[in-house]
Design a binder for this molecule. Sequence first.
Ligand code: 8YV
Length: 309
Amino acid sequence: MPDKVLITQKLLKSCENQIYEKFDATRLYEQKDPTEFLRDNGNKFTAIAGYGVDASLIGKMPNLKMIANFGVGYDGIDINTAAKRSIAVSNTPDVLNDAMAEITIGLMIALSRKIIPADQFVRQGKWKAGNFPLQSELKGKVAGIVGLGRIGKEIALRCTAMKMQVIYFGRTDQKDQPYQYFEDLMKMAEICDWLIVATPGGKKTNKLVDADVLDALGKSGFLINIARGSVVDEISLVEKLKQGELAGAGLDVFDDEPNVPPALFEMDNVILSPHQGSATRQTRNAMGQLLVANLEAFFAGKPLLTPVI
Ligand code: 8YV
């Protein structure tokens, strides 16, 4: 099988370099007219490296046999179309768990201790006129994790280290886990101080955290989303924050990135982060290496290291 790889989106430089070193690679995103390029060359490629592959792109590549997704979440890949065409798909799980959990705890501490407004307070010379107001701590609070998968479990460990009580909502009651399981998200939201979204995106979880769940979280509740913007009803979230019906939010992901609802810019009980949960040098390098290792396995006729399908 020809090892021709099409890089559809800009990836980490070191990852793209390795793809160029090891395979016969081309960058789709550098083509003047990608549509024309695909019409003339789409049949030449066996594999894709990227994170956004829809049915139309797959349709333009009749010899496509493998999609190596840069990321653990593969909601950007049309899995159904890939499955129908027997196209293999890999992702990059596990290597980003710690980075994702670290940003989660970072957002939580920053919100509860108002670290960003406190920094402004010092820089603006306001300290001289009096002390910054007292804040609240994480200790003793209830952290409700939506999706106790590989990332959720790392978040749970760190919340436990912060002396929080961890509970979770998900598809299955994982009896081997020491945390209380809720099969009803509303019931969990009612009793938690922090609702932490760590579940995959896609159709099944679309707007799972809706206006009712946010109401259940209530005035003293914080929302953290490090998963996908699609999991939360963003319009309702902005509205509830505006009305003071939530205590605050830490958001690393949004519905229409990089567009963020401007109303959020005004709120000092909200922390906005540019989808950078996995964006550390160590983790992104590890993700890139795993992607390349999956491509190598595929072209060597071996099983994928981390197959999605
Ligand atoms: C992105 C992520 O993939 O792994 C995921 O699912 O959301 C991220 O790591 C990465 O930002 C690629 O753009």
